[in-house]
Design a protein around this ligand. Structure first.
Ligand SMILES: Cc1cc2nc3c(=O)[nH]c(=O)nc-3n(C[C@H](O)[C@H](O)[C@H](O)COP(=O)(O)O)c2cc1C
Length: 346
């Protein structure tokens, strides 16, 4: 009886080593993504979490294997303690997953044995990894796999809690996207330490990698920027420079990770420059792999040489409101199309 139990414990330990390999070493590969049913963007966005979780599985395997070895050298008390701790934790974790999501649909690929295990690699497990809580704003939870997500990067120069016209217009774009069942978040860049540079991670306190994960988890990216002397804000240019790193970030088939994502622009000023700014931002976003929909900008500038800001207006100008509605409708439409029919390999 003990021998049979030890064989099962050994198999469970081996399975957990395999899960460690997938979660910590090969999480973003096509094969592991097929096993867990995650998209490239989801895998990219969750790889740090998966890396960490994989080691939990490895340590459970090590504890269980240690118990089997202890049995083999007649240290039965030590062996029983370690095997019950290791294998018992595996079973308990599996029960938690089963009880917390007993009605989840079957995983996409039937090929993987590990998917049928309730212990560590059930669909509910991968779904949790695929939908982490972003640290910077409202989490996007309870979404179906095909639900679209949006992220607004607000490029005002002012950190919170100062009020911002570009944030207000960005939030109105999110509201309008909500009408198309698109969930979304807004990140005010000035609230974060985003380093200058053109890489995905400039190190030493750079907060861009976390924001980048949110960009990669989104289907729609909206850049909301004020106009400064006829230009996009310096913060907006900083963001575009950081996005330049995406030129060399590709999937297994040579496509940029931004391919298939839609970009929109929201511009605020108080007198002039909206078309110039949107043209600059469009061009940069297209360069780094995003797709811009028809009428992909909403804006407000008012009359020449006056000082009223968008956030001063009540009610909101009808033209801007209807333009925001159009941007949201077209962005959601295009994002759904691209999700269903991705760009071919480059
Ligand atoms: C130095 C400076 C330059 C500006 N240049 C322009 C401009 O060229 N065109 C324009 O329409 N508004 C311009 N503005 C107005 C801002 O774009 C406007 O106040 C905007 O609503 C600020 O957005 P925020 O609250 O999100 O920062 C300028 C403001 C400042 C302070």
């Amino acid at each position: 009886m003990t021998a049979v139990a030890l064989v099962f414990a050994g198999l469970a330990a081996l399975l957990h080593v395999y899960i460690w390999v997938m979660e910590s070493l090969t999480w973003t590969s096509a094969r592991t993504r097929a096993t867990f049913g995650t998209t490239e963007a989801e895998a990219e966005a969750t790889k740090e979490l998966a890396f960490n979780q994989g080691f939990y599985n490895l340590f459970l395997a090590v504890v269980t294997a240690g118990g089997i070895v202890a049995y083999a050298v007649d240290e039965d008390t030590v062996g029983a303690t370690l095997v019950f701790t290791g294998a018992g934790s595996m079973v308990a974790a599996g029960l938690v997953l089963l009880l917390s999501s007993p009605t989840r649909p079957a995983p996409r690929s039937p090929s993987s044995r590990s998917r049928s295990s309730p212990w560590c690699c059930s669909p509910s497990h991968s779904d949790r990894l695929a939908h982490p809580r972003p640290g910077t704003s409202r989490p996007m939870e309870n979404r179906a796999d095909d639900q679209l997500r949006a992220l607004v990067l607000c490029c005002t120069l002012k950190p919170s809690p100062a009020t911002s016209s570009s944030e207000l217009l960005g939030r109105r774009v999110l509201e309008a996207l909500g009408g198309h069942d698109v969930t979304g978040d807004l990140v005010r860049i000035a609230d974060h330490h985003v380093a200058f540079g053109v890489s995905t991670d400039e190190g030493d306190g750079d907060e861009w990698p976390g924001i980048r994960r949110q960009v990669l988890a989104a289907d729609i990216l909206v850049i909301a920027t004020p106009i400064w002397m006829g230009q996009p804000s310096a913060v907006c240019k900083l963001v575009l420079e950081r996005l330049d790193a995406e030129l060399s970030e590709t999937d297994d088939e040579g496509r940029m990770l931004t391919y298939g994502k839609v970009a929109g622009v929201a511009v605020v000023g108080n007198e002039d420059g909206a078309h110039h700014v949107s043209a600059e931002v469009y061009q940069a976003l297209s360069d780094v792999g995003f797709t811009v929909p028809a009428n992909g900008v909403t804006y407000w500038v008012g009359e020449a040489m006056q000082g009223t800001d968008y956030q001063d207006l009540d009610p909101e100008p009808e033209k801007t409101a209807s333009t925001t509605t159009t941007l949201a409708a077209n962005a959601a439409h295009l994002a759904a199309l691209l999700k269903a029919a991705p760009y071919p390999p480059s």
